[in-house]
Design a protein. Structure first.
Ligand code: PLP
Length: 477
């Protein structure tokens, strides 16, 4: 197994807009402390690993000439700059032929595993018959909308778009149109996409908490000003804010589990307060289930929690890696979006047969008995396995998560809100993951990012991951 000290030779790179997220660069002086631990690394092994990244590096170097920073989406440029050329089930393969067990799952879509044969077949069948026509509706789109209405408690009607950001943008616009109000509430630690109303306060530095922490230059101040950022799980703050400003607030938007900071579980009391306060004050409650939709059951986390929002956004796992997102909710709100409503909802590629066919296949597979038992069972296996390991090796860490999602924080409980995660040792978090990558287990080496298991992962994959993790933890201890 290649032990890649080379992997650690460059600090962790980050988009400028995400400085706080990524204030975890492993510096060369830290490296000099890290490297002696790799006592088994020989020059030959190191050379083999360096050589084994040659093709990845060549592709990445070429990309940097034509694509800013070499990547087309924030957070994709990470050390090591591997280029993946094949993905299959639970595994991804880099350009130099190294195989990794994949828990990154492209930030979540691959719920069935990569290149799932049944999904790919359905997509192929669809595009053999029809591609994008762009007029009227399609049978497939109607079938999928019906499936979503059957499964997602809040969904009476559905509209399709291509990305989670489009869905949350439209959800907020519908809320403003329906209420005639401007202000929004979001929570520190939740991410809802790249548009101005919500692109703030996700992984913030300690001194930015309680202030506006914008993730991009070029955002419109008036739009930013209309968003209030509150503390997740803080019922008192929520109650006070809504009691004071309720008549100005159009929507409260949240990830029901803020998975963009790993996993912070919502308190029942918090979800109940959200539902009752928004109802009482005529505010639209939006669950952003772009990560949790289909992943934490076909009904999303709202089906688990038993709290039904007014609008729901979905994306990522709903089409197992093909581009598709959805906005769904109460008919009365959704009807604002139709051609007879007052909200403009459009997109050349909306409800493209590729994404819709992929999603129909994904739903049908997830509907099969045992699918969620498998996903949740493996999630629990890795969470409990990791917690045993850190106990055995005396590492201060906790593995938490929900269902198929897991994350190991280098800290202790409690974890109730984003500010608790400031206690996470970010350098250890990233170092652990880089060591895992060097041993063939891909976990995104970015602070607070979650991991995902898919239906293609097996108990053997989890057990070999735990073996690798034990090796890493032993060294880190
Ligand atoms: C909860 C949540 N909402 C919205 C988005 C935006 O989705 P997209 O990247 O498809 O625009 C994301 C993406 O990570 C997300 O995690």
């Amino acid at each position: 197994m290649p032990l890649a000290s080379a992997l650690f030779h460059a600090g962790y790179c980050c988009p400028a807009s995400m400085q706080a997220v990524n204030a975890v660069a492993v510096t060369l002086s830290e490296l000099s402390q890290v490297l002696p631990e790799h006592g088994t690394t020989t020059d030959r092994e190191e050379h083999a690993m360096l050589k084994s990244q040659e093709r990845s590096r060549a592709i990445f170097d070429a990309a940097q000439k034509f694509i800013p920073g070499g990547v087309s989406s924030a957070n994709r440029r990470v050390e090591p700059n591997l280029t993946f050329t094949r993905a299959e089930g639970a595994y991804i393969h880099d350009a130099d032929g190294q195989r990794y067990i994949d828990y990154h799952a492209a930030f979540g879509p691959a719920i069935l595993g990569h290149c799932h044969p049944e999904v790919n077949q359905r997509v192929t069948e669809a595009i053999d018959r029809i591609d994008l026509v762009g007029v009227g509706t399609s049978e497939l789109e109607t079938q999928l909308a019906q499936k979503i209405v059957e499964h997602v408690p809040s969904a009476e009607k559905v509209m399709f778009c291509n990305s989670g950001s489009e869905a949350t943008y439209s959800a907020l616009r519908v809320a403003r149109a329906a209420t005639g109000r401007r202000k929004l509430i979001k929570f520190q630690g939740c991410y809802h996409g790249w548009h101005d109303a919500v692109l703030m306060n996700v992984i913030s530095a300690a001194d930015k908490i309680g202030k506006k922490d914008l993730l991009s230059a070029g955002m419109t101040p008036e739009v930013v000003d209309d968003t209030l950022v509150l503390r997740f799980n803080d019922v008192d703050q929520l109650t006070n804010t809504i009691e004071r400003h309720g008549s100005e607030i159009a929507a409260v938007i949240l990830e029901p589990i803020p998975h963009n900071i790993g996993t912070v579980l919502p308190h029942d009391r918090f979800l109940d307060a959200l539902r009752s306060l928004t109802t009482e004050h005529g505010i639209v409650l939006i669950f952003d289930e772009v990560v949790t939709g289909f992943r934490h059951t076909l009904g999303g986390y709202q089906a688990v929690a038993g709290v039904t929002p007014d609008l729901t956004t979905m994306g990522k796992a709903i089409a197992n890696g093909f581009p598709l997102a959805a906005l769904c909710g109460r008919a009365e709100l959704m009807d604002h979006c139709g051609p007879d409503g007052d909200v403009f909802f459009a997109g050349t590629f909306n409800a493209h047969p590729v994404g819709v066919a992929a999603s129909l296949a994904t739903v049908e597979i997830l509907e099969r008995p045992g699918s969620y038992d498998h996903l949740f069972g493996l999630g629990e296996r890795i969470r409990s396995g990791m917690n045993q390991l850190v106990g055995r090796h005396g590492v201060e860490a906790i593995t938490t998560g929900f269902g198929s999602v897991f994350v190991t924080y280098f800290m202790t409980q409690p974890i109730d809100s984003y500010d608790d995660l400031l206690r996470n040792d970010a350098a250890k978090f990233v170092r652990f993951r880089r060591e895992m990558i060097a041993r063939g287990v891909y976990m995104m080496p970015v602070n607070l990012k979650r991991n995902h298991v898919s239906l293609s992962h097996t108990a053997e994959d989890i057990d070999s991951t735990l073996e690798v993790a034990e090796d890493v933890l032993r060294k880190m201890a």
